[in-house]
Design a protein around this ligand. Structure first.
Ligand code: ATP
Ligand code: MG
Length: 171
């Protein structure tokens, strides 16, 4: 990943713009729960894919809930992003293994709905490459929330970013 300084809200807006149409086609309302203007260190193409994999799952496995919400909030030194659905949720005995490659909860049902069991493994790989963390919380019958964190950009990061832009303009 190639990290740059980017406002958390820009990553949220990008995800909304990119996936709201697909959600609507599936009869699901994709909405923003909350956001923050804090800047993080992110590779926007890569985080776009993380949101895509999580939102795709939320729409597929949480379809019954009819809405998916995303958000970003400030934590100490980092921003926490999340994708929340109101579907069937994930049985607790599977929560530990859900990020493993090819791991799927309901093999018969998931085969029907397509997919290979790679989406979450890829999302985890990308988040770890950012030195962030990814986790899930789920209450059976009430839905699932996937969280990932990205490091907050420091003033030095912002200065370095600005210098890069300046150099690019003057050379
Ligand atoms: P792929 O993403 O490669 O198309 P997949 O969706 O099966 O296939 P993952 O995205 O890695 O693979 O998800 C792994 C499994 O975790 C899914 O098969 C599903 O059983 C479960 N899962 C993922 N997200 C949710 C969710 N939001 N609600 C309920 N179960 C989920
Ligand atoms: Mg998936």
């Amino acid at each position: 990943v190639k990290l740059q300084v980017v406002p958390a809200s820009a990553l949220i807006e990008d995800a909304l713009d990119s996936f709201a149409g697909m959600a609507a086609d599936n009869g699901i309302e994709l909405r923003k729960e909350e956001t923050t203007d804090t800047s993080v260190m992110a590779d926007p193409d890569a985080t776009h894919q993380v949101f895509g994999n999580l939102i795709e799952n939320a729409m597929k496995y949480g379809k019954a809930g009819r809405r998916v919400s995303i958000g970003a909030r400030d934590l100490e030194g980092e921003v926490e992003f999340y994708v929340r659905d109101y579907g069937a949720g994930i049985p607790s005995e599977h929560l530990d293994r859900i990020f493993e490659r090819f791991y799927r909860v309901d093999k018969a049902r998931s085969r029907e709905s397509g997919g290979t069991g790679l989406g979450l493994a890829i999302a985890k790989h990308i988040v770890l490459a950012h030195h962030g963390e990814i986790r899930v919380e789920s209450e059976l019958g009430a839905g699932a929330v996937f969280f990932f964190t990205l490091r907050r950009a420091s003033l030095e990061d912002a200065d370095a970013n600005r210098d890069k832009v300046r150099t690019a303009v003057h050379t």
